[in-house]
Design a protein around this ligand. Structure first.
Ligand code: F6P
Length: 546
């Protein structure tokens, strides 16, 4: 693999910055007026998802230049390299083969694929065994509750999928514990019976502090309830690359499902890391979830840049981040089941693309991954949408819009959809000073009062947003949606010239945390960090003095 060219060195980049400058004051509604077919031409479809990117500060010339940028960065060739197992994660000397986990076949990657298929078989075995009531605990009771203990990629993906696919859920209740704050585990276990509870210790490394602390506490809870060490296999499964550490914990090889170093944690929901989802929704639905992602992979591999959903969304990310200095990106799923999507995407995008040096280690002179945030619509409308509509920062938005509901409450769902469309349109059209004044006069205000208040009601509009719509949240569309954002993240990493598959930045905090814990565990003596940290350690000692 040839190294990625840095964004600033791609020939189209300079021209794009000039185009962005010119379009800063463009009127998006005017762009619609000048091109009656804009809703059809600024649209791309794949795997059941439809991306409408017509409401952007983008004209045909800028779009063509962005596509040129994608071609100059060799996005199609990079996609091929990713999907075919090239050593794309250059700092850790690994491929990033999450796509293999959802593939139906893998020419050239037969050995790895055989392991994937064997593991799928074992996942299916466990999902069916538990769902059929064949897994019993230490007292002979059937397992009714599964608790996934993991954090980051070993938590966010499975948690999102289980919540989003609730309408497909079977009889087993799946719970998620991530935080080292003991309240997380304690609250979860409050209503559970140890005799009918099974834990999945989900940790690629089996070294993560939070997961180990929670797993040890769960083990103690189980032993205190009457289980013996020999019973632990009835109540614990592990998902890990570190079989030796799992065995030390007391989980036998039969109960350990592997993942591999070529699967990044934040890209791992398709692996055995997704076992809790497969248990929650049943194996057939989990396979449909994999199929949805595979459909997006096929599209990503074959569609030209100007029709390629992940590539177009990535180019839009670059457009706003590096053309308009937008430091953030907002994702608003108008679906309660997708409420955890922004949390999941925060790890996916910010752990991947929050980097300051190129893949070759050279400092970058331009911005990379923006801050991603959001929440389920309509909640944000009553909190942070004020800033989206009238704040001083440019916040490009992705609205995620399933067109139907599983609830059967179509009337109420209609309101939800209307709210989504209204927000998207309000961002586009805004409200002029004149309209604001007229509406105040219509409310009976005097001329003077209306003139005084109008600037507060006026909204600039022209705020860019995409709408990603699909018929319903199904295992298939959810798989496609997550894979879409995975590939978008990859493409942006390639355009910025960085490696999106490592995360060295999380290490220092872990190391310092271990040192501080050591100091806290000393009964006395003056801690030796910086003065502010020392003072807080002393305060903690006082607060926790016996
Ligand atoms: O600390 C970051 C991180 O390594 C993530 O990349 C990963 O998803 C998470 O921790 C959990 O790691 P593990 O699955 O090894 O416990």
């Amino acid at each position: 693999m040839t190294p990625c060219t840095q964004l600033k060195d791609l020939p189209a980049f300079g021209e794009l910055q000039a185009l962005a400058l010119a379009l800063k004051s463009a009127d998006i509604e005017g762009l619609f007026a000048g091109a009656p077919d804009r809703t059809d031409t600024y649209r791309a479809d794949a795997a059941g998802l439809c991306l409408d990117y017509s409401k952007h500060l983008l004209d045909d010339a800028a779009r063509a230049k962005l596509v040129e940028l994608g071609e100059q960065a060799q996005l199609p060739q990079r996609a091929h390299a990713l999907l075919s197992g090239a050593e794309i994660n250059n700092t850790e000397h690994r491929p990033a083969l999450h796509s293999l986990l959802r593939a139906a076949s893998a020419p050239g990657l037969e050995d790895k694929f055989a392991e994937v298929v064997a593991t799928r078989g074992r996942m299916r075995h466990w999902a069916e065994r538990i769902n059929r009531g064949q897994q019993t605990g230490f007292s002979g009771q059937t397992i009714t509750d599964v608790v996934n203990i993991g954090i980051g990629g070993s938590d966010l993906g499975p948690r999102l999928v289980t919540e989003a696919l609730k309408p497909f859920q079977g009889d087993i209740n799946c719970h998620y514990v991530a935080n080292v704050d003991p309240a997380d585990l304690q609250d979860t276990l409050l209503d559970l019976d140890p005799a009918s509870t099974l834990f999945i210790v989900c940790s690629k490394s089996f070294r993560t502090e939070e997961t180990l602390a929670n797993s040890l506490a769960a083990r103690e809870w189980m032993l205190n309830a009457g289980a013996t060490e020999a019973d632990l296999d009835k109540h614990f499964l592990a998902i890990t690359t570190n079989l030796a550490a799992a065995a030390d914990f007391g989980i036998s090889g039969d109960n350990c499902l592997p993942i591999w170093d070529w699967v990044g944690g934040r890209y791992s929901v398709w692996s055995a890391v997704g076992l809790s989802c497969a248990i929650a929704v049943g194996w057939d639905h989990f396979e449909q979830f994999l199929d949805g992602a595979a459909a997006m992979d096929a599209h990503f591999a074959s569609a030209p840049v100007d029709q390629n959903l992940p590539m177009l969304m990535s180019l839009l990310e670059i457009w706003y981040c590096n053309g308009f200095a937008a430091g953030n990106h907002v994702v608003l799923p108008y679906d309660q089941g997708l409420a955890k999507l922004p949390d999941f995407l925060q790890q996916l995008t910010m752990e991947s693309n929050g980097k300051r040096v190129s893949a070759e280690g050279a400092p970058l002179s331009y911005d990379t991954g923006p801050v991603l945030w959001g929440s389920a619509g309509t909640m944000g409308q009553h909190s942070f949408h004020q800033l989206l509509h009238q704040g001083t920062r440019l916040c490009p938005v992705d609205f995620i819009l399933p067109l139907t509901t599983h609830t059967g409450m179509t009337g109420q769902h209609r309101r939800l959809v209307a709210n989504c469309l209204a927000q998207s349109r309000a961002l586009l059209v805004g409200r002029s000073l004149e309209d604001a004044r007229a509406s105040l006069l219509a409310r009976g205000l005097s001329d003077a009062e209306a003139a005084h208040l109008a600037p507060h009601l006026a909204m600039p509009g022209n705020r860019p947003n995409s709408v990603i719509s699909f018929t319903a949240v199904t295992p298939h569309t959810l798989g496609a949606l997550i894979a879409l954002y995975e590939h978008r993240t990859f493409c942006s990493g390639q355009l910025w010239g960085i490696n999106p598959f490592d995360q060295w930045g999380v290490e220092l905090g872990k190391e310092i945390g271990t040192e501080i814990l050591g100091l806290m565990e000393q009964a006395s003596g003056s801690p030796r960090m910086d003065p502010a940290t020392d003072q807080l350690i002393s305060k903690w000692r006082q607060a926790n003095a016996p």
